[in-house]
Design a protein around this ligand. Structure first.
Ligand code: GDP
Ligand code: MG
Length: 203
């Protein structure tokens, strides 16, 4: 879980793993979470690493940038600055990892804050399309699209691991040929309201 401070990384992880919303989560906690997840009939054991957050000045720690099967980069729809950090963080992951693509889901969190919104859904979709990754808006507070965000990430990871067998709704990048290892077991959920791959789905 990467992204600027206070965009809701911890809240999304806690909502997904423990099914509740924490009103004020200690900002520097970097807990890891484990969640059993069933997706398309497969059992996955997800290991989720929360991080304290990143800005232009705090270099993304290599231990968070390398060696994961996939990444969730979170921004807040009420923070343009956090949105602008998304491609910067993604570029750091790529340069640390030395690859040109990683399984990635961008999450525009706090979709419940319609009044304070400064990043449109279209802008989020366009960014994801440009970066060739999955995208959804979500609300950790209302538990909207939280499961589907992780489902989409698992779908991206599956596509990376098995480019031929992972039939998905879109057919963009088929993986860089890099193996993420067979130790990845998988994730899951069911939400019709999200999209994998590029932004061709509708919301
Ligand atoms: P992190 O620094 O990215 O881990 O962000 P936190 O999960 O600690 O959340 C930062 C603040 O935003 C907290 O006050 C949360 O209660 C709040 N927050 C997190 N997710 C949402 C959301 O979906 N909607 C709203 N309205 N507030 C949220
Ligand atoms: Mg946090």
């Amino acid at each position: 879980m990467l992204g600027s401070r206070s965009v809701g990384k911890s809240s999304l992880a806690v909502q997904f793993c423990d099914n509740h919303f924490v009103d004020s989560y200690y900002p520097t906690i970097e807990e890891s979470f484990s969640k059993e997840f069933k997706y398309r009939g497969k059992e996955y054991q997800l290991e989720i690493q929360d991080t304290a957050g990143h800005d232009e000045f705090s270099l993304l720690n290599a231990k968070y940038a390398v060696g994961w099967h996939g990444y969730v980069i979170v921004y807040s729809v009420a923070s343009k600055a956090s949105f602008e950090m998304v491609p910067i963080i993604r570029d750091k992951i790529l340069s640390y990892s030395g690859v040109d693509k990683v399984p990635l889901c961008i999450v525009g969190n706090k979709s419940d804050l319609e009044q304070q919104r400064t990043v449109s859904t279209e802008q989020g979709k366009e960014l994801a399309k440009r970066l060739g990754c999955a995208f959804t808006e979500a609300s950790a507070k209302h538990n909207d699209n939280v499961i589907s965000a992780f489902q989409m990430l698992v779908a991206e990871i599956e596509r990376e691991l098995n480019p031929d067998s992972a039939k998905t709704t879109t057919s963009q990048t088929q993986g860089s040929g890099q193996s993420w290892g067979s130790w990845f077991k998988g994730i899951l959920g069911n939400n019709p309201n999200t999209q994998g791959g590029d932004s061709s789905g509708g919301r």
